[in-house]
Design a protein around this ligand. Structure first.
Ligand code: ATP
Ligand code: MG
Ligand code: MG
Ligand code: MG
Length: 567
């Protein structure tokens, strides 16, 4: 491709509202443009990268024996009512009506559609195992779309669904997908960890893993053992013991069942949990305590799970007042961050008498996280409520018993679930087993956020000058940059290289623009193609310069050597 012909609008400065390094770079390097919050156009360069990601994922799926299909994004609300998720999914579900007034949803995921499809087509154990997948645009009305493609409202996902006749079959299907995911993410060039995870709204009872790209901007915290292969999302992590010295009272608070906690305020919070309970038992994850056991705030997690109006209503039913940020700051002497990536801290009214108490906080496990200036394990302690566990940094590993858990931030790029019969029971999708008995289909589901991956890769692969695309997903593999297209030697050498490398099957971009060299090099660094061939004055002697974007290594070589180095 000749760069003079390519639609590649690069920007010197990132727009002010770009809120993550990858977001800034994707805008500056002419990869994406925003249409509305969380909704993006992929420009030609971005489309190429996205297509490569799609193809790596597609090949990984095909290799694992999965078959590609394509389901509709428009889904009748009826189906979602059948599964019970029409209400449960909450405001994250985009809803619309056709001209007859029939209700639809824009698919955030496809368990309902695939289960309904197979209940009409799959009747015998002989038709299994089968795994079907698609690569398709998904819609979720995220409460806080942000970080560019990391949390979009319209985004590209690969979703796969396995169907087995027995639980051992599900184990095998799950393992195949798990292994395929590991290969896919390695091939892309991502540093990642597979972690034990919480099932969230997809549900199912058979266990689940998330694949986390390690990056500081990640919204999840993962606990990784420094000695064995134990790794879990903090929401799910178990801890051998809490380190540091705990008072008896603190210990009691941390380990007590909610009903055994006695302060009146805690009883109030219990009734709050109860008030929210039927629909959202997992909403209230954590209560933040002062060291004397008085609750300071409720920490709610997630985006779509949290309906603020409902929460306020429930708080008032429970007889709790919301304290404002200022009050809490005055009392605690610390600044309050209400919306850390782990969730939303809703401060409860506290009285001034507790001014000098150190804060007990659960949920935040990083210094400066919810409360600026607070250090986990030193300034605050932890609490367990319901099924949610937290711990301080430095906790022991539950698996090997000798290692220490280390906390890292991760971007969830994929998740695999053993769904079991959750959807097949609800939607009545049954088959006849080998013994002639009717059984519900045993399912698994497996997602990869393809557009999110694009951002995650940039989070991991960039420097101050721009993106450094890993080879496997680079929009082009070679960038030929003649210093001056007006110089005949340079122009001819550049054209020659371009022809030869392209004919050899490489994807080559030739910067044939009549721009100043400084502009060309800046753009070249920014768009981050793995190998640059600079064609300068030495072209008259048949020499060019190779520069690898990743390492910065530079080499002066002949034209022939340049061809073989690129290939
Ligand atoms: P998150 O916890 O980040 O909200 P999720 O657990 O809701 O993600 P899943 O339902 O597991 O997401 O969907 C499968 C994959 O789709 C995720 O692992 C993620 O990579 C991707 N994904 C989910 N939501 C988004 C989004 N809003 N924008 C881009 N990708 C997303
Ligand atoms: Mg989500
Ligand atoms: Mg998640
Ligand atoms: Mg998930």
């Amino acid at each position: 491709m000749k760069q003079s012909q390519l639609w590649l609008p690069t920007l010197r400065e990132a727009p002010a509202d770009a809120d993550a390094v990858s977001h800034q770079l994707l805008l500056r390097a002419g990869i994406v443009r925003q249409l509305a919050a969380g909704i993006y156009t992929y420009l030609p360069l971005g489309r190429r990268v996205l297509r490569k990601l799609e193809n790596i994922v597609r090949e990984g799926m095909d290799q694992a024996g999965a078959q590609e299909l394509l389901m509709p994004a428009m889904q009748p609300a009826e189906l979602w009512r059948e599964s019970g998720r029409y209400d449960k999914y909450g405001p994250e579900l985009f809803r619309l009506k056709d001209r007859q007034g029939r209700e639809f949803a824009l698919g955030p995921t496809h368990e309902e559609v695939i289960t309904a499809l197979l209940r009409d087509e799959l009747h015998s154990y002989r038709q299994m195992p089968v795994t079907l997948y698609q690569i398709q645009t998904k819609f979720r009305d995220e409460k806080r779309p942000r970080y560019g493609l990391l949390r979009g409202r319209e985004f590209l996902m690969k979703d796969a669904y396995s169907f087995d006749a027995d639980w051992e079959g599900l184990e095998r299907s799950y393992r195949r997908m798990y292994d395929a995911y590991s290969r896919i993410f390695s091939r892309i060039g991502l540093e990642f960890r597979a972690v034990e995870a919480d099932p969230g709204t997809i549900g199912g009872d058979g266990g689940t893993h998330e694949f986390m790209a390690l990056a500081d901007i990640g919204e999840d915290t993962i606990a990784v053992c420094d000695q064995c292969d134990y790794a879990a999302n903090l929401e799910k992590a178990e801890f051998r013991k809490v380190t540091g010295t705990e008072t008896e009272e603190q210990h009691q608070l941390r380990t007590a069942e909610p009903t055994k906690l006695h302060t009146p305020a805690i009883r109030k919070i219990d009734s709050l949990v109860h008030a929210l309970g039927c629909e959202a038992s997992h909403i209230i994850k954590t209560i933040i305590y002062l060291a004397d056991g008085a609750p300071l705030a409720v920490l709610v997690r997630g985006d779509h799970e949290v309906n603020e109006i409902k929460l306020q209503h429930s708080l008032s039913i429970a007889g709790l007042e919301l304290a404002d940020a200022e009050t809490v700051e005055r009392i605690t002497g610390a600044a309050v961050g209400f919306a850390g990536p782990m969730g939303l801290a809703i401060p409860l009214a506290v009285d001034d008498a507790v001014t000098n108490m150190p804060i007990g906080i659960a949920g935040a496990n990083e210094t400066d996280y919810h409360w600026r200036g607070l250090r986990p394990g030193i300034d605050f302690k932890l609490a367990i409520r319901g099924d949610f566990r937290n711990a301080v940094r430095g906790d022991g590993c539950p698996r090997c018993q000798t290692g220490q858990l280390v906390f890292r931030r991760g971007i969830e790029v994929g998740q695999v679930f053993k769904l079991g019969t959750k959807y097949s029971e609800k939607l009545n999708a049954r088959f006849i087993d080998a013994a002639g008995k009717e059984q519900p289909l045993i399912m698994g589901c497996y997602g990869i956020g393809i557009s999110r991956l694009l951002s995650a890769v940039v989070e991991q692969h960039h420097d101050a000058a721009g993106i450094r695309w890993p080879h496997a997903i680079a929009p082009y593999q070679v960038h030929i940059v003649p210093v001056s297209m007006k110089d005949q030697h340079q122009a001819e050498a550049a054209e020659l290289l371009y022809e030869k490398l392209s004919a050899g099957g490489l994807e080559v971009l030739l910067d044939d623009r009549e721009e100043r060299p400084g502009v060309k090099f800046k753009d070249s660094d920014l768009i981050g193609i793995p190998l640059r061939i600079v064609v300068g004055k030495a072209a008259a002697d048949g020499k060019v310069e190779l520069k690898w974007r990743d390492t910065g290594e530079v080499k002066v070589v002949s034209l022939e050597e340049a061809c073989s180095a690129a290939a």
